[in-house]
Ligand binder design. Structure first.
Ligand code: NAD
Ligand code: AKB
Length: 316
């Protein structure tokens, strides 16, 4: 009997991942868990558990007592917020991972998903078509925590046989919930301002290219990776995943095709320094080869879907 827990379920990814997993194995079998007192309406179709991933014993009881067999661990501080609280970010991003990996090591969990990020790369990494295996010298606390996490995932697989799988997500773009404090958030914020008929002030400069992905592609990738036969998963650190690469200027031009009056200005802040250390595009041939990855959404489609669906009421 499969029972899945998504920890950090109320965030940008969790909100959509829980819904997808429930459609696959039944509402009652997918537990949403988050530090928030209450989940959003969309997660009320199944069990919700208020949980702090840093409270190790509560997490262990929750997993063991509910006979959870798989965990998707999404609770983390993202890049921009993490730079404001570096030591707390390190604690949150690492301790939760160890709690879950240890439950895998002790035999309670059959499978674990833990997301990494393009933030594992750094200023010395080749920026164009960044390979799976390359120089990785992240300069943000978020990137350092993701790189360390990747190494620990691989270690638990190699030494204890823990079936942990991971993707280095690019910036994710969605409309169901707001993003949670990342450097790529501009590519979501921009749609709300376009929809409100307002000028958008972008916190990155106009020619900053970053890899991005529409959420539906990211959720499908996650499920495809997790459902793939164990023997196909050759990489136990984390898989590169490319998506679509664009600059603020390019996405603004695409938006203008549908909202001709849309205006953008640029006022780079501390997040520019983070973005400058990240790849502009990603080579994901290993994901294609190992578990058949193929993206569906390009920039034009992504912009069309976002403009039709963003709900400005989410901003209040
Ligand atoms: P998010 O910030 O939107 O959501 C994180 C959720 O974790 C929030 O609902 C928050 O309440 C919850 N949380 C925070 N502290 C917690 C705690 N102590 N215990 C339990 N829950 C807690 O983040 P997201 O965008 O959904 O990202 C999820 C994961 O994916 C993170 O590890 C992130 O680094 C990774 N990722 C995201 C992106 C992206 O663009 N969204 C890209 C790369 C990697
Ligand atoms: C962030 O900007 O922090 C995230 C990420 C790419 O990891 N969206």
């Amino acid at each position: 009997m499969r029972k899945i827990a998504v920890i950090g379920a109320c965030g940008q990814i969790g909100t959509e991942l829980v819904v997808k997993l429930r459609s696959m194995i039944g509402d009652a079998n997918v537990f949403a868990a988050d530090i928030k007192d209450e989940c959003s309406e969309v997660l009320k179709s199944g069990p919700y558990h208020k949980l702090d991933i840093l409270e190790k014993e509560s997490v262990r009881s929750f997993i063991i007592n509910n006979e959870i067999t798989e965990v998707y661990l999404l609770a983390a501080l993202l890049s921009a917020t993490a730079e404001k609280h570096p030591m707390f970010a390190w604690q949150l991003n690492m301790e939760g991972l160890f709690t879950i990996l240890d439950l895998g090591k002790e035999g309670y969990l059959n499978k674990i998903f833990w997301p990494s990020s393009i933030a594992v790369f750094g200023p010395t990494t080749p920026r164009v078509d960044t390979p799976q295996y390359t120089i990785m010298e992240p300069t943000t606390v978020y990137g350092i925590s993701k790189q360390a996490g990747e190494r620990w995932c691989e270690y638990y697989y190699n030494n204890y046989g823990v079936d942990v799988r991971s993707i280095r997500y690019p910036g994710l773009i969605s409309y169901t919930s707001l993003p949670g404090g990342g450097t790529t958030d501009y590519a979501v914020d921009i749609f709300y301002q376009a929809k409100l008929g307002k000028e958008y002030t972008c916190f990155l400069s106009e020619n900053t290219a970053l890899p991005m992905m529409y959420m539906e592609d990211a959720i499908r990738a996650t499920i495809e990776l997790m459902e793939a036969p164990k023997e196909n998963i050759a990489i136990r650190s984390s898989y590169n995943l490319g998506g679509v690469s664009f600059t603020p200027k390019e996405i603004a031009e695409e938006i203008k095709k549908q909202v001709p009056d849309f205006q953008i200005t640029y006022a780079p802040d501390f997040r520019q320094k983070i973005a400058d250390t990240w790849p502009g595009s990603i080579n994901d041939e290993d994901a294609r080869k190992d578990w058949g990855w193929e993206e569906k959404y390009n920039l034009e489609e992504l912009v069309r879907i976002m403009l039709s669906n963003v709900d400005v009421n989410l901003l209040v």
